[in-house]
Design a protein around this ligand. Sequence first.
Ligand SMILES: [Zn+2]
Ligand SMILES: [Zn+2]
Length: 201
Amino acid sequence: MPSEFIKSFKKVTEFHGHVCPGSALGYKAAEAGMKELSTERSPDEEIVTIVENDSCAVDAIQVVCGCTMGKGNLIFQDHGKQAYTFFNRQSGKGVRVVLKSTFDVNRLEPKLAPLRKKVSQGTASSPEKKELQKLMSNVVKKILELPSEKIFKVEKVEAELPDRARIYPSIKCAECGDMVSEHRCRVKDGKMVCIPCFDNF
Ligand SMILES: [Zn+2]
Ligand SMILES: [Zn+2]
């Protein structure tokens, strides 16, 4: 895959809002996946991605692969794993990119984790905050320069792809009156209601 089809990490940072190891790992995962699929990034649903966490990394995936919730080609499975599966809808080929158990971001920069904790607890001084920014940039740089096989295990997979985003008819919730997509309605006392109304017995 020609590298000009992979967006730059700068684009990820613009979208994500800060530089962090998580988004750098997501970037590397997306890059590895896209290369393995050797497909050109398409503005419409060509790639379907399954993400198994909802961390910073997912923002990088969205930018690089063009997969978004709204288009229905970003599927979130709440497994708490650093694993990303990329499918080319046309070829039907898929590849699962999963973080190796031997990879530890803290080993790239041992001072990062304790300092991060200090900053998040609000006990860091301003020089320490600056130091954290520097460490973060260093770690990100290291991650981006690493060959992806040092970070991820890549395996070919086959799976049945979910249908393209469908348009469902909306109906009026019998309790609150909000319009709600039919496939999300529940039946309560024989009436069609939305999920919040169903849950609030
Ligand atoms: Zn982040
Ligand atoms: Zn309702």
